[in-house]
Ligand binder design. Structure first.
Ligand SMILES: [Mn+2]
Length: 192
């Protein structure tokens, strides 16, 4: 069963997350940040992975800790659920439009954490989130899941559309990458 749970409690945040890689896209997302909930629901729907996330945090300080710890907790639960990565497709990519916006997201479940983040000009805030927090989220996710993640915003005018296309794209790319398509670990080294 490719499922995992992860819990993390610090003085800044309290997070629990559950993941089923062979789900149907069912999301139960509960954080104090409405725009992040919206993005993670879209990510889950398009990934066809089941994701349950409950997060609280010191949002009276700002949203940074909660966004970062949500990203790393989701990353960790992916890492655990993928286990030895037998049979996975490993790579995934998606070019995703949303009206006037287009982004490209490419993943490699490589065991080598890396983020390339190419942003276009975004408004200072999208929803209640400072725009710099999206890079914080993707960085935490990529590093704790140990995946190589490229987020490439190509163009767009509306910040909500641009970021939404990235989260949908991440869902679509991860859907391809985690799918079991073979019998072996997909590396010439025999291990990922
Ligand atoms: Mn939307």
């Amino acid at each position: 069963m490719r499922k995992a749970k992860f819990e993390r409690k610090t003085k800044e945040t309290d997070i629990s997350v559950e993941l089923d890689l062979d789900g149907t896209g069912k999301a139960e997302i509960n954080t104090p940040i409405g725009f992040l909930n919206h993005m993670l629901e879209l990510f889950t729907f398009f990934s066809r992975i089941d994701l349950k996330l409950k997060a609280s945090g010191d949002v009276n300080v700002d949203l940074h800790h909660t966004v970062e710890d949500a990203g790393l907790s989701i990353g960790e639960v992916f890492f655990k659920a993928l286990s030895d990565k037998t049979g996975i497709h490993r790579f995934g990519h998606a070019a995703t439009p949303m009206d006037e916006a287009l982004s490209q997201v490419v993943v490699d479940i490589s065991g080598r954490p890396f983020l390339v983040y190419k942003s276009v000009q975004l408004p200072e805030k999208i929803g209640e989130m400072d725009s710099e927090l999206f890079e914080v989220f993707f960085q935490a996710f990529a590093f704790r899941s140990r995946i190589t993640l490229h987020i490439n915003m190509l163009y767009g005018d509306n910040g909500h559309h641009i970021i939404e296309s990235c989260f949908k794209g991440l869902g679509r790319a991860m859907r391809q990458a985690v799918k079991v398509t073979d019998q072996d670990v997909p590396s010439t080294k025999g291990v990922l």
